[in-house]
Design a protein around this ligand. Structure first.
Ligand SMILES: CC(C)(COP(=O)(O)OP(=O)(O)OC[C@H]1O[C@@H](n2cnc3c(N)ncnc32)[C@H](O)[C@@H]1OP(=O)(O)O)[C@@H](O)C(=O)NCCC(=O)NCCS
Length: 98
């Protein structure tokens, strides 16, 4: 499966990107100055979700920093559920039905 990437641009400047393979988000990153605006991260996540949905996957998953990290709160707000059982104590899988 190919690794797909989308970038977010503002006035020709890249302010974030999302990368995924199959139904798994591997990276979502927003430039520091653009974080916390409920904008760039949300738009990038929506892009990845619709591309993954178009490939007929029924679930999307991502591994994030655990313990109420900003990233975990971000995904909770976007209807992702933390899964029981961790591969590593600092990270948790989060999944969403598409
Ligand atoms: C997680 C991330 C993609 C969210 O994107 P975003 O566009 O900032 O999303 P939101 O605007 O919805 O805010 C997300 C949360 O981060 C917080 N935050 C984190 N760093 C911040 C900063 N430097 N400035 C402002 N808010 C920040 C926000 O307050 C918000 O917290 P809240 O849910 O308690 O209100 C982005 O914060 C990021 O790139 N983080 C670093 C990389 C990372 O952890 N990626 C996820 C793993 S795949």
């Amino acid at each position: 499966m190919e690794y797909e990437v989308r970038v977010a641009e503002v006035d020709g400047e890249v302010v974030g990107f999302v990368g995924w393979r199959g139904s798994r988000i591997l990276a979502l990153y927003v430039a520091e100055a653009w974080r916390g605006r409920r904008e760039v991260g949300t738009a990038l996540l929506a892009e990845a979700e619709s591309a993954i949905r178009r490939k007929d996957f029924k679930e999307i998953r991502v591994m994030v920093d655990a313990d109420a990290s900003p990233a975990q709160r971000f995904y909770l707000r976007h209807d992702y559920e933390p899964q029981q059982g961790r591969d590593h104590e600092d990270f948790v899988w989060m999944t969403k039905r598409l």
